[in-house]
Design a protein. Structure first.
Length: 184
């Protein structure tokens, strides 16, 4: 059985605006030896499954610096300082990025973003009956195009590699589970 590693030390390494880096010293319970780990500390992230009355997903295309690719994604973003409710963050992000609003917003699921090196969770929020009601309000670092994609086409887009952002794929899996009645 796997035993949690005992943390015997921790020190900040750097503060980089959207994340902090820390170094943790932990004891391997199997060997008893110390090991140095690096952890990225960041706020929670939110992904939005925005479903229109015509069963289309409100999606965005945007350029991603890390991969240097234009990605097809669902709306989402980081929880701002002081935000503790992923559902409220999702409603805000959907409106800012796409101008859409909807009803019955609720948490569909959550995953650890990357538990090997990140300390945060990514939340998937479903918002139904979404309609375009506002102008977009992009952050300084955003440049997005909004698209409506029939929900029935999503599995093929993932299968074809047209949707490649891992946390978006995880959110779409929560959506698939909801459609099959396995999530409420």
């Amino acid at each position: 059985m796997i035993t949690p590693w005992k943390k015997v030390g921790s020190k900040p390494v750097g503060d980089f605006r959207i994340f902090k880096l820390r170094s943790d010293i932990c004891i391997n319970p199997r060997t008893g030896k110390e090991h140095d780990f690096y952890v990225l500390e960041t706020v929670g992230w939110v992904n939005v499954i925005a479903l229109t009355p015509a069963r289309e997903l409100v999606m965005v295309q945007q350029y991603r610096i890390g991969s240097q690719t234009v990605e097809l994604e669902i709306p989402g973003g980081m929880m701002d300082a002081g935000e503790t409710d992923p559902v409220a963050t999702a409603v805000r992000e959907l409106r800012e990025e796409t101008g859409y609003e909807g009803e019955n917003a609720r948490l569909l699921g959550q995953v650890w973003s990357n538990p090997a090196i990140l300390n945060n969770r990514t939340y998937t929020v479903l918002i139904e009956n979404c309609q375009l009601r506002h102008d977009v309000e992009f952050d300084q670092g955003e440049d997005l195009t909004t698209l409506l994609v029939p929900a029935a086409e999503i599995p093929q887009l993932v299968a074809d590699g047209k949707i490649g952002h891992s946390l978006v794929v995880a959110a779409l899996y929560h959506f698939d589970l909801w459609q099959r009645g396995l999530k409420k």
